[in-house]
Design a protein. Structure first.
Length: 132
C-alpha cells in the first residue's frame, strides 16, 4: 500500500516527499513566498502553521471518544471559558458579582461558591486537609 498526502491545491505527494518538503520549509525564511501549496504563493510560516495544525488534528483523532460527548459542544466550551475567567478574576481581585455563577459542573465541584451575609466567597484550594 502506498501512502499519499493530499495538499490543499488538490495535488498528492508521497510521505518521503512530504517529509523533505517539511524540512525545506523549516530551513526557509518565514516570510519567503512558496508556490504550489495553494493556487497562490503563500508565506512559509503560514504553510508550517497549517502543517502543524493538520498533524495535531490527525493525532487527536486517534483519541478514544474524539468528538463525542457534551464537552465537545461549542456551548460547553464557551461556558467553560467564561467560568475560568470568573475564577481568575476572583483570584486576582477577591470579589465577584453574585449574579456570576459557575455554569460547568466540573468547576462547580472544584470551586465551592458560598453566598454568605458578607457576599460571595470561593474556595480556591482543595478542601482536603494537609497531612501532618
Amino acid at each position: 500500500m502506498r501512502r499519499v498526502i493530499s495538499l490543499p491545491n488538490g495535488r498528492r505527494c508521497s510521505l518521503p516527499t512530504y517529509c523533505q518538503s517539511w524540512r525545506a520549509l523549516k530551513a526557509l525564511d518565514p516570510e519567503a513566498l512558496v508556490k504550489g501549496w495553494e493556487w497562490y504563493p503563500c508565506k512559509a510560516r503560514d504553510i508550517l502553521r497549517q502543517l502543524h495544525e493538520g498533524l495535531h488534528d490527525r493525532i487527536n483523532r486517534h483519541i478514544p471518544g474524539f468528538g463525542r460527548g457534551r464537552k465537545w459542544d461549542a456551548q460547553y466550551q464557551c461556558e467553560l471559558t467564561r467560568d475560568a475567567q470568573r475564577v481568575n478574576d476572583y483570584a486576582e481581585r477577591g470579589h465577584v458579582h453574585p449574579v456570576n455563577r459557575l455554569a460547568t459542573p466540573e468547576l462547580q465541584r472544584r470551586f465551592q461558591w458560598h453566598h454568605d451575609s458578607d457576599g460571595l466567597s470561593i474556595v480556591l484550594h482543595n478542601s482536603r486537609k494537609e497531612p501532618t
